[in-house]
Design a protein around this ligand. Sequence first.
Ligand SMILES: Nc1ncnc2c1ncn2[C@@H]1O[C@H](COP(=O)(O)OP(=O)(O)OP(=O)(O)O)[C@@H](O)[C@H]1O
Ligand SMILES: O=C(O)[C@H](O)[C@@H](O)[C@H](O)[C@H](O)CO
Length: 166
Amino acid sequence: MTGLFVVVMGVAGCGKSAVGQRIARSTGLPLVEGDEFHPPANIEKMRRGIALQDEDRAGWLDRLGQELQARPGGAVLTCSALKRSYRDRLRGFVRSLRFVHLALTQEQALQRVAARDGHFYPPSLVASQFEALEHPSGEAGVLSVDASLPLDEVAARAVAWLAQAA
Ligand SMILES: Nc1ncnc2c1ncn2[C@@H]1O[C@H](COP(=O)(O)OP(=O)(O)OP(=O)(O)O)[C@@H](O)[C@H]1O
Ligand SMILES: O=C(O)[C@H](O)[C@@H](O)[C@H](O)[C@H](O)CO
């Protein structure tokens, strides 16, 4: 699926990394892990239980946009992209950007984040993710998938949608 750009988005714990890896494997596109490009100050803030604000995310989103542009053959990006303005910011970097939204309830997200060992993101911040989240339904190029389905099923739905769109 050369030339395809897709963001796997949603709240902490929704499965962005796990699903992103599967989509990258199936499509042959490179995976860009959004969390790897947060400045250290953002990681430290989250680790300490302080929610990121628009100004913390602005430079990070621009960096991610540049990472997409650096891969003209297409890419799969994992990025929370919680607000419409964040998604539009990313859309400014590549044409026809697609988003796969992994939709999960707050209880399910909390359960997953709390069960995860050795990750910097604390369960205490999950509520803030839902406060920030603006659902992407109604925006162009968006697929919403029930993230509580089995991982392989979530990924298969996303890949089928991307294949149809490509
Ligand atoms: N569909 C699923 N069914 C069951 N478990 C899942 C599913 N998707 C993800 N998980 C598990 O939930 C946890 C969170 O997944 P993952 O780390 O991929 O989420 P994430 O959105 O990348 O989170 P973060 O952005 O906080 O890093 C992991 O332990 C993962 O294995
Ligand atoms: O925008 C944000 O608040 C962040 O990107 C978070 O979503 C985390 O980085 C991630 O989910 C934890 O791994």
